[in-house]
Ligand binder design. Structure first.
Ligand code: HEC
Ligand code: HEC
Length: 447
């Protein structure tokens, strides 16, 4: 990359010459990651027009929620099944896609397209670095076996092209799509690993709000919330104190499939039970990270619960307590999970606050990288814009739970500064002001 600096030289008898000089500067971002980002958002692999970004939206936490689907034009590539006659049946269910952001997946193979499929939500691709490893090998997708073959992110990209990109349901390589090359897989993997949090939190955090603090205690308490056993440090890995050293990212059958009145079933659309991990499945699903959860609803593999409060309350019900995982917990601790309304709200408040803190961390990192680019650079504007998506989520998750109104106001101030940064000629000043407001927001929640 080239940048310019203003430099002066002293020539001979103190003659001062000053000029603007163009010099090579170190690019602020990794080239492989940038290549992967370009593939993720732009490469169609000679298929039906979709990209990874058709479902994993940068504007929506690299996932997609029903509210976001509703903002898309009818010619968006997400809806290709509605316009391409070859994909009209057994490829997607447009009703479930538009109402619940559910995507059709043939997890157990393409042998019987009419009957053998699952309807699943789109998981975000954030913080994968913290959860990809497991004693049982890499775990990807809601059931930990989304990738055909070895379960790695590289295999996942290949599986995604075959599942989501075909021009016809014959799914023939070289005709209906082309498979990614090794170099492309390396780049896609590097990009995905670069997204979001790179390290686990170290709980407990010194939270400033009384409700979220109590929620954190309940979350960590192995005789009360019992959440930390499976979601250690509110991440996706099992607690080594319970499941042994290097427990990693575990699979459980927590009974989500046994929930009564699931929204997808209420629509009357065909929605076969999802058998989870393996083929035929064990009924188990892979533990997701929770730091990134509050702003990425609806929750669980089938988008069956809209709110984070509802997702916490799930653990009180029969579906969980009668499930294999619930029974395991009863066997180990003498009881299941039984939180009262105030406790459900407290745990949800904790999850909202750690999510907002992560929004602030992520947007600050984006802004820091943005400001390494020369001003008026397009990439700088892209990164500032991405920081605004994170901040908006932070304000929304706090407001949605009635939490930390002053921190939410600080975040909204930061958003106004970033709007000015994006429209003005000198973003540095506005970005600095935004980051100050963000620090103030953070200190109100945790320090
Ligand atoms: C049509 C929508 C759609 C497209 C296009 C799509 N995905 Fe996905 N993605 C999903 C769904 C649905 C899941 C959940 C699948 C499962 O549970 O196995 C998923 C899961 C994932 C996961 C697992 C995340 C985790 O937390 O375990 C990764 C990684 C991923 N996709 C990467 C990609 C890549 C790379 C591409 C492009 C080559 C892509 N996806 C294209 C819908 C999509
Ligand atoms: C026995 C292990 C286990 C325990 C204990 C547990 N979870 Fe989970 N959690 C899971 C698994 C597995 C999933 C994925 C389930 C699915 O989608 O079918 C999950 C999913 C979630 C989700 C949805 C995340 C998303 O992105 O959709 C939330 C929220 C959640 N758990 C919160 C909690 C809370 C709060 C507690 C404590 C009250 C808790 N969990 C206890 C294993 C566990």
């Amino acid at each position: 990359m080239l940048g310019s600096i203003y430099r002066c030289w002293i020539l001979g008898a103190a003659v001062l010459v000053c000029a603007c000089e163009t010099i090579p500067v170190e690019p602020p971002e990794d080239a492989l990651v940038l290549k992967g980002e370009d593939l993720f958002f732009n490469e169609t692999f000679s298929g039906n027009g979709r990209t990874c970004g058709s479902c994993h939206r940068a504007e929506d936490n690299f996932a997609i929620a029903p509210a976001f689907v509703a903002t898309l034009d009818d010619d968006d590539t997400l809806f290709v099944a509605e316009s391409n006659p070859a994909l009209a049946s057994n490829f997607e269910n447009p009703v479930l896609m538009r109402e619940l952001a559910l995507i059709l997946e043939n997890q157990d193979g393409f042998g019987d397209l009419e009957n053998n499929f699952n309807m699943r939500g789109v998981p975000h691709t954030l913080a994968l670095r913290t959860s990809i490893a497991s004693n049982a090998g890499p775990r990807t997708g809601w059931s930990g076996d989304g990738a055909p073959g070895d379960g790695t992110l590289r295999s996942f990209a290949v599986g995604a092209v075959i599942q989501h990109y075909p021009k016809t349901l014959n799914r023939i390589d070289g005709v209906d799509f082309r498979l990614p090359t090794d170099d492309e897989l390396d780049a896609l993997e590097a990009f995905q690993l670069s997204l979001g949090r790179q390290e686990e939190l170290a709980l407990p955090l010194n939270l400033q709000g009384v409700i979220a603090s109590r929620g954190q205690e309940i979350f960590l308490d192995n005789t009360l919330g019992k959440c930390n056993a499976c979601h250690a440090n509110a991440g996706a890995n099992g607690d080594p104190a319970i499941f042994g050293p290097g427990a990693g990212n575990l699979n459980f059958n927590t009974g989500v499939e046994a929930l009564p009145d699931q929204p997808a079933d209420l629509t009357g659309e065909k929605n076969p039970p999802d058998d989870g991990f393996g083929s035929p499945g064990t009924g188990e699903f892979n533990t997701p990270t929770l730091v990134e959860a509050a702003d990425t609803g609806p929750f669980f593999h089938n988008n069956s619960v809209e709110t984070i409060e509802g997702a916490v309350a799930f653990y009180n019900g029969d579906a969980f307590n009668n499930s294999p995982a619930g029974q395991l917990l009863i066997g180990a601790t003498g009881s299941g999970i039984n939180l009262d309304a105030t406790q459900v709200i407290a745990v949800a408040a904790f999850l909202r606050v750690i999510n907002a803190l992560e929004n602030l961390r992520a947007s600050d990192a984006l802004l820091e990288t943005a400001m390494k680019y020369p001003r008026t650079n397009d990439r700088q504007a892209t990164l500032i814009l991405r920081a605004t998506f994170e901040l908006q989520d932070g304000a929304d998750v706090l407001r949605g739970g009635g939490l930390h109104p002053k921190a939410a106001s600080d975040i909204e101030d930061a958003l106004r500064e970033l709007d000015d940064a994006l429209s003005g000629r000198n973003p540095a000043r506005y970005v600095r002001a935004a980051r100050e407001a963000m620090t103030s927001a953070k200190n109100r929640m945790e320090n």
